[in-house]
Design a protein around this ligand. Structure first.
Ligand SMILES: N[C@@H](CCC(=O)N[C@@H](CS)C(=O)NCC(=O)O)C(=O)O
Length: 183
């Protein structure tokens, strides 16, 4: 993975943490509206680093989601490094996309999944569809990897067998759009 970008994002998150602590020194860092503060602070540096025009509301959602994933999946790990990984997974361009294998974990009844399937059809991409209620094996794979069965999730498998699991219909559609415009 792109080490330079990872280090740069980790630095941005660490710096934001320090700035937040300074701003809320009187309450020892306590701030019930912390996602709003971070969204404001991070908008410019993340937009520049990831070349993605983030809105503040998108960042509120993203930092809350990164926080949730950090607590659920890797509470012992360094939060700034974890957030950097999350943002790279979702927003950085991925190398050699045409050699990655794509599989969508989805369900027929989920409207968010329908949005992704429509995008796949429109873009004419080769994505294997894995219905989690038709085949319990797929549901189990998803729960093993992500700790929950929320769909849609795009599984991106690199030629050397490394997996990335991308949740969120909008992120998936954006990612697929970027893939198809590069091919
Ligand atoms: N914000 C998510 C929403 C995904 C979502 O809510 N999926 C529902 C089905 S439509 C689900 O999997 N719910 C069951 C669960 O979370 O375990 C997205 O846009 O992908």
């Amino acid at each position: 993975m792109n080490t330079e970008l990872r280090n740069s994002l980790t630095g941005i998150f660490l710096e934001s943490g320090r700035a937040h602590h300074t701003a809320f020194i009187a309450t020892d860092g306590a701030d019930p509206e912390w996602p709003i503060w971070y969204a404001e602070y991070l908008q410019e540096p993340l937009t520049l680093a990831l070349e993605t025009p983030f809105t503040k509301s998108q960042l509120v959602y993203c930092v809350m989601n990164a926080d949730f994933e950090h607590s659920a999946r890797a509470p012992e790990s360094d939060w700034a490094e974890f957030y950097a990984g999350q943002f790279i997974e979702r927003y950085a361009s991925s190398p050699a996309p045409s050699t990655d294998k794509l599989a969508l974990y989805h369900s027929h009844t989920c409207p968010y999944c329908a949005l992704v399937r429509t995008a796949i059809d429109r873009l004419g991409l080769d994505v294997e569809l894995r219905e989690i209620f038709e085949d319990p094996k797929y549901r189990n794979e998803l729960v093993d990897a992500r700790g929950r069965a929320t769909v849609p999730v795009l599984r991106i498998t690199s030629p050397d067998g490394d997996d990335r699991w991308m949740p969120e219909s909008q992120d998936i559609v954006r990612y697929l759009g970027a893939l198809s415009s590069r091919s």
